[in-house]
Design a protein around this ligand. Sequence first.
Ligand code: SF4
Ligand code: SF4
Ligand code: FES
Length: 248
Amino acid sequence: MSKNVEILVKRQDSPKAPSYWVEFSVPYEEGMNVISLLQGIRRDPKDKSGKSVTPVTWESSCLEEVCGACTMVINGKVRQACTALVDQLEQPIKLEPMSKFPVERDLRVNRQRIFDNLKKVNAWVEVDGYHDLGPGPRQNPDDQTTTYKYSECMSCGCCMEVCPQFTKDNDFIGAAVLGQARLFNMHPTGEMQMPKRLDKVTDKGGIQDCGLAQQCVKACPKHIPLVEAIGQLQRDITVNKVFGSLKK
Ligand code: SF4
Ligand code: SF4
Ligand code: FES
């Protein structure tokens, strides 16, 4: 007799609808991950009792932990579904959408808040016209190593899901956005916008709302030094305030 994988999915039919749990049983295949389980449900959308149901909705793209789209809560831990291997998970495997972002349907959430907050803190390098300005300023190799780590952020939301200060109803911008502010402050061209960026970082919902509980850094699948970024931003804010007031 073929082996099956037992799954419990927290479902929600639309953003305002109530959530409910559905049990599924999917034929086991070697090397399966959570995405292949969801694909199994989609191929034959029936619950464990054999009743036809609508296929489960989820989001994924790269399938190699780079895009962050498949982030969900698996057996109580926020992580990427594409790198969650069935053989390493206790059954029934419990799948839930992240709780800090609005659910659109089933396991798919709307992470627009992250992208809006990235815009809020100028998390980009300004373009100074489109004419050829020659090579940009050089960055020393040590800074390149540090910024490379920050650049691995995939806006997955894990750090916000575990953060006690980041809730659905407040404005806190969250650890990932603070990490990206640090990244662009370190960039030789991005640094030119640093005073403006630091002002945005201290706006309503900014860095002052971080309680330094450090849960974010433990949850980050890319091991981004978020607490270091927060500490350095705080030091930069102080320096910016002192020099800003001296200039006045
Ligand atoms: S240090 Fe704590 S409060 Fe600050 S962003 Fe990280 S988890 Fe949230
Ligand atoms: S900092 Fe880490 S946990 Fe937070 S969004 Fe970026 S990759 Fe995800
Ligand atoms: S599908 Fe891109 S991180 Fe999982």
